[in-house]
Design a protein around this ligand. Structure first.
Ligand code: NAP
Length: 287
């Protein structure tokens, strides 16, 4: 039986630490970290994500600034808002909820955010800093995965990690963080040959592909540690439920530790967004 790596419990620890850090900053410097969240359009999933982020910010004692813009907002109007938030000293973190409506250029918006306020860690300056091992604001989901992994494997040095998926928001930054932690890293994707055999060699598997229960027992070396990033909604017995990219029931008896879905990486992502906002606020004060 694998140990459960509970994102629910670990994220609560992160939230408690952030809450204490926010209180300290307020007490010592009279500064309250502030997070601006921009939502364009009315995508229902994005509305839920934004609501949860605002709720968490309030819980840790941060200020939050919610900007809801209509789906037909122009690039000029969105850029003007980003400029305003970049210049606002009360705003330490800016998050533009993705995906944006099709007529807007996501790359342009990410590039417009001040890298010091880029709490999603998507700006090319932060991406480059992470890749070259410098101090960076790191994307929240892989940051959360690393915190979870370190709970399960305190010394990651020399471990063989296989990252399944190479997206900019999960796979690539995850690989960079594992490399920084002295793992030997293999990144596999949809064009990889013998993907199962490669995964079977891994001490650590991080799955981020967006395919429900795709990774079965035959992919996993006995005793491996498995982090499941996938969040997929499926219908079973007439009910909708969330599953990961890993077939939890099949893999759990083989792995030494595994994160569940739900209650795994999901809560870590929001907790790390709060952590990044606190980090950005501290950096702005040079403390
Ligand atoms: P993405 O941008 O769609 O990237 C998926 C990656 O998986 C791509 O690199 C793709 O390869 C690879 N892939 C797809 N099918 C594959 C297959 N059959 N075999 C091997 N590789 C395959 O997705 P993402 O944004 O990284 O998200 C991945 C999953 O994580 C999704 O379920 C998403 O909902 C979830 N997620 C969760 C959180 C959270 O907070 N827990 C945050 C972000 C994402 P190619 O590059 O070759 O196409």
């Amino acid at each position: 039986m694998a140990t459960l790596i509970s994102g629910k419990d670990i994220s609560q620890k992160v939230i408690d630490e952030v809450k204490a850090g926010v209180a300290e900053l307020h007490h010592q410097h009279d500064v309250r970290p502030g997070l601006a969240v921009v939502l364009v359009g009315d995508d229902p999933a994005s509305q839920v994500y934004v609501r949860n982020k605002i709720k968490r910010a309030a819980e840790v004692g941060m200020a939050s600034f919610e900007h809801r813009l209509p789906a037909d907002t122009s690039q000029t109007v969105l850029n003007a808002l980003i400029d305003k938030l970049n210049a606002d000293p009360k705003v330490h973190g800016i998050l533009v909820q993705l995906p944006l409506p099709k007529h807007l250029d996501e790359g342009h918006v990410i590039n417009a955010i001040d890298p010091a306020k880029d709490v999603d860690g998507f700006h090319p300056l932060n991406v480059g800093a992470l890749a070259s091992g410098e101090n960076a604001l790191v994307p929240c989901t892989p940051l959360g995965c690393m915190i979870m992994l370190k709970e399960a494997v305190p010394d990651l040095s020399g471990k063989h990690a296989v990252v399944i998926g190479r997206s900019n928001i999960v796979g690539k930054p995850m690989a960079a963080l594992l490399l920084q932690a002295n793992c030997t890293v293999t990144v596999v994707h949809s064009r990889t040959r013998d993907i199962q055999q490669l995964c079977k060699q891994a001490d650590i598997v991080v799955a981020a592909i967006g395919r429900p229960e795709f990774i079965g027992a035959e992919w996993i070396k006995p005793g491996a540690v498995v982090i499941d990033v996938g969040i997929n909604a499926i219908e079973a017995d007439g009910k909708r439920r969330l599953v990961g990219d890993v077939d939890f029931a099949a893999v759990e008896p083989i792995a030494s530790a595994i994160s569940p879905v739900p209650g795994g990486v999901g809560p870590m992502t929001i907790a790390c967004l709060m952590q990044n906002t606190l980090t950005a606020a501290r950096k702005s004060l040079q403390v």
